[in-house]
Design a protein around this ligand. Structure first.
Ligand SMILES: *Cc1c(COP(=O)(O)O)cnc(C)c1O
Length: 364
């Protein structure tokens, strides 16, 4: 019998590894080495300081981060980063920030930046329905830009960059909320990376920010400390009461990635196989399923497709739900179907969804 949680195909909060949930269940009652529920352990305890430190070390190890990068665990979700980044890096600057507008989430990141300074939309995928992404070579970068901002995986539309964009002269800032730790990449090419936990890393409540320390030398002193990365860095991510529970679960997920999966190259191979299985069911049943993304930008995390009619989509969702597949409805802004197959989604669960889809196409 498959674990019910493994059939959570929701775009977020996403599925978590069954082994992590089993440990969390125990920790809610009592963390053995402390003798208290994780929900009641002080954020000023030595135990929690080590939880934060090990989470940072694990992320450094998974990403092979150079020593000049700091790992921060913040609150406010990815949405607060949409504001915090331009407050620190754009306000009072002479030069604009470049934004790639490639879908729902990158579109959300732009208005908060416009409050802080000049924004140049470097590329806009709206006219083409946010189905494709720019090639690195087709973008004309502003060499003096304060930074370049883009979203590595557009969670709603299911499109993902499979190559690095930008130029090294301009700090790259990237929202990796829905594909962080799903594949290896060269973090040293980025100035700032952020990802909330609730899609691929853990529960809602904590947001991972990885920042090149040199970037902080230019930060002006106009912000409340709570919005200043330097305050969080100085406090080792315990500036005020942090989400102890969410951080603890994120620690368990990083251990799972390191010791059960064996690292990001292994995770990537598993993720690629899962995505390939789903996209081939879509391609083999083209009269029933139409993928949203242009082929070369297909996301390995969010597989978005439509059926020929709304009625068929509703039938599909109803029957899928009867078979135990949950969270398959597309984002409210786009409709259609979205199968999110984050790290913790098992290959077995993806296989059974593939079978269901092939059967559904045959019967209808
Ligand atoms: C879900 C999502 C967000 C929004 O995150 P919150 O934590 O709810 O603020 C931002 N960016 C991307 C890429 C997302 O997938």
């Amino acid at each position: 019998m498959m674990n019910r949680n493994s059939l959570n195909f929701s775009g977020g909060p996403g599925v978590l590894p069954a082994s992590v949930l089993a440990q969390v269940q125990q920790a809610i009652v009592e963390v053995p080495e402390v003798g208290l529920s994780v929900l009641g352990i002080s954020h000023r305890s030595d135990w929690f300081a080590e939880v934060v430190a090990e989470t940072e070390r694990n992320i450094q190890q998974l990403l092979n981060l150079p020593p000049n990068y700091a790992v921060l665990l913040l609150q406010g979700g990815a949405t607060l980063q949409f504001s915090m980044i331009p407050m620190l890096l754009l306000r009072q600057r002479q030069h604009c920030a470049d934004y790639v507008r490639s879908g729902y989430w990158s579109s959300k990141s732009i208005p908060p930046a416009q409050l802080e300074g000049a924004v140049r939309i470097l590329w806009n995928g709206e006219a083409n329905g946010f189905r494709d992404l720019p090639q690195a070579t087709e973008l004309s970068y502003s060499p003096n830009a304060a930074y370049l901002h883009y979203v590595s995986n557009e969670t709603v539309e299911g499109i993902q960059f499979h190559e690095l964009i930008g130029c090294d002269a301009v700090p790259r800032v990237c929202d990796m909320s829905s594909d962080m730790l799903s594949r290896p990449f060269d973090a040293s090419r980025f100035a700032l990376i952020y990802a909330h936990a609730q899609k691929n890393l853990g529960p809602a409540g904590v947001t991972l920010v990885i920042i090149r320390r040199e970037l902080l030398e230019f930060v002006p002193n106009h912000l409340p400390e709570m919005l200043d990365y330097r305050a969080h860095l100085a406090a080792h991510s315990i500036y005020n009461t942090p989400p102890v529970f969410a951080i603890y679960v994120t620690l368990l997920v990083t251990r799972w990635l390191l010791y059960d999966i064996g690292g990001l190259a292994q995770m990537d191979a598993i993720n690629r196989a899962k995505a390939a299985a789903l996209y081939s069911v879509i391609d083999e049943n083209a009269e029933m399923y139409c993928g949203h993304a242009a082929r070369k930008h297909r996301s390995l995390m969010n597989v978005v497709f439509t059926l020929p009619t709304i009625e068929l989509e509703q039938n599909f969702l109803r029957q899928a739900s009867e078979c135990g597949f949950s969270g398959l409805n597309g984002h409210r802004s786009l409709g259609g179907i979205r199968a999110s197959i984050y790290n913790a989604m098992s290959s077995e669960a993806v296989s059974s969804l593939c079978q269901f889809m092939a059967n559904f196409a045959r019967r209808n």
